[in-house]
Design a protein around this ligand. Structure first.
Ligand SMILES: C[S@@+](CC[C@H](N)C(=O)[O-])C[C@H]1O[C@@H](n2cnc3c(N)ncnc32)[C@H](O)[C@@H]1O
Length: 216
């Protein structure tokens, strides 16, 4: 199904792709908590050699590249063709493809892991449960997912905000955790980092596992 907001997001990121790529280049090196979460994710995945890892909404590919540098075989996928062009140019040895996380063409249980790093934020909230179910479907049992997002302060809340590139939503970690559980995941870790002076919002992280018998 095509949604007008998806076209708007694709066009906005196509238009801003070079600017965004230049903006985030080297950013991870300034973010110890981002690296800590990605390091823990990589450690879980290195112990599991059963399949590839997908970076969904990869933008210019920096998270996929970071995971590869941590010995986690990762490919990237993004809605924006221009972002994918730039990701391929930045990291010529890695695989990047155009696609939508709402219409994954990945087979059931094909992935050992997936990361959605500030990319589910552009989905209208009512479509997030479907995407979380899709994430659960494409992971093998025993696989892990990692979500990063701008965090809302109050529990049980999702709030629209002006993201500068295009419409986006920040989530309370509790609410996103609840939806993740409803999609079949077990929430194995969560973290909230207070905004720094140059940031507008706290950052939220959820680490999810697909286990055989989830505890609700
Ligand atoms: C804030 S950027 C984050 C990019 C990258 N994860 C990073 O941290 O550098 C959001 C990215 O999500 C992508 N995106 C938004 N909606 C998407 C969707 N439905 N499917 C795939 N990618 C999507 C956008 O094109 C954009 O590149």
């Amino acid at each position: 199904m095509t949604h007008a907001d998806v076209d708007a997001t694709r066009t906005a990121y196509d238009d801003m792709a070079q600017l965004y790529t230049d903006f985030v280049r080297g950013h991870l090196a300034t973010q110890p908590f981002d690296r800590a979460v990605l390091g823990a994710f990589a450690e879980l995945l290195r112990a599991d050699e059963s399949g590839p890892v997908a970076d969904l909404g990869c933008g210019p590919g920096r998270i996929a590249a970071h995971l590869v540098s941590l010995d986690v075989p990762t490919f990237g996928m993004d809605l924006s063709p221009r972002m994918i062009e730039l990701a391929r140019a930045e990291y010529p040895g890695l695989r990047f493809e155009v696609g939508s996380m709402e219409e994954l063409t990945i087979e059931d249980g094909a992935l050992a892991g997936l990361v959605a790093w500030y990319s589910i934020i552009h989905l209208p909230p009512e479509r997030v449960p479907h995407v979380l179910r899709e994430f659960h479907r494409v992971l093998r049992t025993g696989g892990h997912a990692l979500l990063a997002f701008q965090a809302a302060d109050a529990a049980d809340t999702v709030l629209g905000f002006d993201h500068k590139v295009t419409r986006a939503y920040r989530w309370s970690p509790d609410r996103l955790a609840e939806l993740s559980r409803e999609a079949g995941f077990t929430v194995i870790a969560r973290m909230v980092c207070a905004r720094r002076p140059d940031e507008r919002f706290d950052s939220g992280y959820l680490m999810l596992a697909k286990v055989a018998d989830p505890v609700r």
